[in-house]
Design a binder for this molecule. Structure first.
Ligand code: DOR
Ligand code: ZN
Length: 423
């Protein structure tokens, strides 16, 4: 036997189990999960006082590989993942070149072979992410894609999006929609409101996100096709998703920790590490997103891990949008929601481990006998201060810098092997 995890507090939402147990791992599989396992193993790890969950699946990351590996590559991105308890990532296709054909998918999967996390490519909805011609979804699926998205850009033409939803569904791929109307954004760089006015910078009006979210929900309902809404950031979009699901539209959605933790007040610092798209919104939005995460309206917590080099982030107004997040997502979620008694650990496991895999149709997310041994172990009460220089990611653009978070990943196991240990 390879590894025995002793006396951890196991939260296995998929199997409706929560309690102290041992976990025995051999050859990449969980052999047993029960209290007081008598067998021993090559490595016995005392997990008393620690929490054990299935490895996190982050279904929205940008690894910049191919093409912009000065920001991140697949290997360093997976190192950041491992340090965050993330054992599976789905990579957005806005690389250089974009992922709109089997050859680029193959490049990603080949490079990911030696990486510390499982890598699942997402293909483009449209060729070149131009919003005009649909990709060959059967080809993308056969090559190994788990979803399609033009993330970073919306598919502006509703007729093309409707076709994509139908074709992708029959090819076995979920469409992930980046909801934005560039005609409304018109050069805006932060949320449109008091802060943008005071700073004298162009705002990104919430209408941009909300009308696009409404369109996707209406189309999903009328076409009876599923849609996944990426990075939800506004109270109105949350309401629209709540209504849509209530009336039977097949809508799933995700948000990121910064949207339920930080408001646009942060932008007063004129620091581009707080700029992402969609932008940090108001305190009311932050509260609405937190509520949607806690009441089950939102299906998944993702990071939208978007590395950018320090030189690129240096100019507040000209910097590209995006923040890294893989190494802080669990800790931020525990800090903002669990330690404030707003959410249970089981719900966190559903949001971060179970639901993303269900939506993408990939294995894992459970800790029962026979399940794959992809595991995250954390100390829910350990406090630490986020130091960008200590991140494993090539880029340091975290909006949690300097914050003290409560909850620290101690060990990550992928395929029965320890890929990260906090020492
Ligand atoms: O902040 C963002 N960064 N939002 C996006 O939609 C794209 C992403 C990126 O690729 O940097
Ligand atoms: Zn993104």
């Amino acid at each position: 036997m390879d590894i025995l995890l002793k006396n951890g507090y196991v939260v296995d939402a998929a199997n409706d189990f929560e309690g102290i147990a041992d976990i025995l791992v051999d050859k990449g599989k969980i052999i047993k999960r029960e209290p007081n396992i008598a067998e021993t193993a090559d490595k016995v790890i005392d997990c008393a006082g620690k929490t054990i969950i299935p490895g996190i699946c982050d279904m929205h990351v940008h690894f910049r590989d191919p093409g912009q590996t000065h920001k991140e590559d697949i290997i360093t991105g997976c190192e950041a993942a491992a340090a965050g308890g993330v054992t599976a990532v789905a990579c957005m296709p806005n690389t250089v070149p974009v992922v709109d054909n089997a050859e680029t998918v193959k490049y990603i999967l080949d490079k990911a072979k030696g990486a510390k996390a499982r890598v699942y490519p997402i293909g483009c909805i449209t060729k070149g992410q131009k919003g005009e011609e649909l990709c060959d979804y059967a080809e993308l699926k056969a090559a190994g894609c788990v979803a399609v998205s033009d993330d970073g850009k919306p598919v502006l033409n509703a007729r093309i999006m409707a076709k994509a939803m139908v074709k992708a569904h029959y090819a076995g791929l979920r469409v992930i929609s980046h909801c934005e109307d560039p005609n409304i954004i018109a050069g805006g760089i932060i949320n449109s409101g008091e802060v943008s006015k005071e700073l004298g910078v162009k705002g990104m009006h919430r209408i941009s996100e909300d009308i696009s979210t409404a369109r996707e929900i209406v189309m999903a309902g009328d076409l009876e096709m599923p849609i996944h809404i990426a990075h939800v950031s506004t109270a109105t979009s949350m309401l629209l998703i709540r209504l849509g699901t209530r009336y039977g539209a097949m809508v799933t959605s995700e948000t990121a920790p910064h949207y339920f933790m930080l408001s646009d007040e942060k932008l007063r610092l004129r620091d581009a590490d707080y700029r992402m798209n969609p932008p940090l919104r108001t305190a009311d939005d932050v509260a609405a997103i937190a509520e949607g995460v806690c009441d089950g309206t939102i299906d998944c917590i993702v990071t939208d891990h978007a590395p950018h080099a320090p030189e690129e982030k240096a100019d507040f107004e000209k910097a590209p949008n995006g923040v890294v997040g893989l190494e802080t997502s669990l800790a931020a979620t525990l800090t903002a929601l669990y330690h404030n008694d707003k959410i249970t650990l089981k719900r966190i496991v559903r949001l971060m481990c179970v639901n993303p895999r269900k939506i993408l149709g990939i294995a894992g997310g459970a800790l029962g006998a026979g399940d794959i041994a992809d595991i995250a172990i954390f100390d829910a009460n350990e406090e630490w201060t986020v130091d960008p220089e200590k991140l494993h990611s090539k880029s340091k653009n975290t909006c949690f810098k300097g914050m003290t978070l409560k909850g620290k990943v101690k060990m990550t196991i992928v395929d029965g092997k320890i890929v990260y240990e906090d020492k």
